[in-house]
Design a protein around this ligand. Structure first.
Ligand SMILES: [Zn+2]
Length: 294
């Protein structure tokens, strides 16, 4: 991932988009590989994080999401771009967001797989102590189970992201109607749990298993596809120090950092954020949200 991202930052804007797509595709492909080879572990339970341990880029990119199919920045969909269509004003692009609303030298904290009655309140507490906000990518069924937590997340000024209804990492290999159902029912559950206080503004595919179709469905329903630039693999509990060091060393990759509050014991994630948030501030980094339009 890091070599790709280094390339991304010395490349042109168009190549940069493709390189990010490759990074996400690598994660998605890894997810599919882990599942198809019968790998056991945290991939069985629906609330467990599904990001695989296989390094991104160690396998060939999935045929469902080669970089060439990713529309250039600013185009709403590949088909629309092919027809020369101009994006409607205010439309959500189906490309991955790669810009922080806060501008350069800000990071975007993203928290996946919750809400969790144990870990979400602890993460919210650390964020509040550090006057930081995050984007919570929730599993629809978890949101329906814990609607008060969804409201707490919103009340504290954080944003919501749809992480699908059931967190099926193989959804990229299933029909468009299935993908649509997973995305839109997840969105409906999250929005309902928020009780009108907020709506999901982003969509992150489980395990990064995006397809051009899923990105277009999300964008057409007001949700910007959301990848990530920095993956400390906190879901695998590599140790608090490892999580901290990965984030520090990969800050030049881009603004979006991937963490988890669901799917298992997240004490290392909480401890890492307790260290990282003050450290980021000391080093001049702000904390912001991913841009919906940029
Ligand atoms: Zn996830």
């Amino acid at each position: 991932m890091s070599s790709k991202n280094r390339v991304r930052y010395i490349a042109t804007a168009a190549v940069a988009t493709a390189a990010m797509a490759m990074g996400v595709a690598g994660c998605a492909t890894s997810a599919a590989t882990a599942t198809s080879t019968g790998q056991t572990g945290p991939h069985h339970a629906s609330t467990v994080p599904m990001h695989p341990s296989v390094p991104a880029g160690s396998v060939a990119p999935s045929p469902t999401s080669p970089p060439a199919r990713i529309p250039a920045a600013g185009t709403p969909t590949a088909s629309a771009a092919a027809k020369g269509a101009v994006p409607a004003k205010g439309a959500i692009p189906s490309s991955f967001t790669k810009v922080s609303e806060g501008g350069p030298h800000t990071v975007n904290i993203t928290i996946d797989d919750g809400p969790s009655p144990v870990w979400t309140p602890k993460i919210l507490s650390v964020l509040a102590q550090n006057h930081a906000k995050a984007t919570f990518c929730m599993i629809g069924k978890n949101a329906a189970k814990y609607p008060d937590l969804v409201k707490d997340v919103v009340k504290a000024g954080n944003r919501l992201c749809d992480h699908s209804l059931n967190h099926d990492m193989t959804m990229s290999r299933k029909s468009a109607s299935y993908q649509s159902q997973e995305i839109l029912e997840g969105q409906a559950f999250i929005d309902k749990a928020a009780g009108g206080t907020a709506k999901a503004q982003y969509y992150r595919a489980p395990g990064g298993a995006f397809t051009p179709t899923s990105r277009q469905i999300a964008a057409a329903h007001g949700m910007r596809p959301l990848g990530w630039d920095i993956d400390p693999k906190d879901w695998s509990r590599p140790g608090t120090e490892s999580i901290i060091n990965t984030v520090k060393h990969e800050l030049s990759n881009g603004p979006i950092i991937l963490f988890h509050d669901g799917g298992g014991i997240r004490s290392q994630t909480v401890s890492a954020l307790q260290h990282l948030l003050p450290w980021l501030k000391q080093h001049g980094y702000g904390v912001s949200f991913p841009s919906q339009a940029g």
